[in-house]
Design a protein around this ligand. Sequence first.
Ligand SMILES: [Zn+2]
Length: 117
Amino acid sequence: MVTEYEKAVKQGPVEGHILCPECGSDKRLIADFVAKLKEEGVISSELFPQASGVWEIPFMDLAKMGLIELPQAVRSFPKVRILFDICAECKRLLITRVEFGEGSIVQQSVGSQQKSL
Ligand SMILES: [Zn+2]
């Protein structure tokens, strides 16, 4: 059986606005700022491929994850990434893309620290 979560991941990202729905501008505050940082060599393109703001929302249910007590277990959980920017003209917040994916953590052993990947 395919869950709603698996369906969302399979369907791929939801594309948001390319042009500002308010004023039609394609100028964006974050994208322009990131482009300048890359131009000036402050950050590298490889490490910051997306020229936008990123919200990551992990849906990590620690109570559920703790049910299986296996050392070195890799636990995965649904994760939503929201790429956003701000219109340079009218300052409207734009959602440019929504990605459904999976995050994971390695649980070293019971009682030790959990490490983010
Ligand atoms: Zn605008």
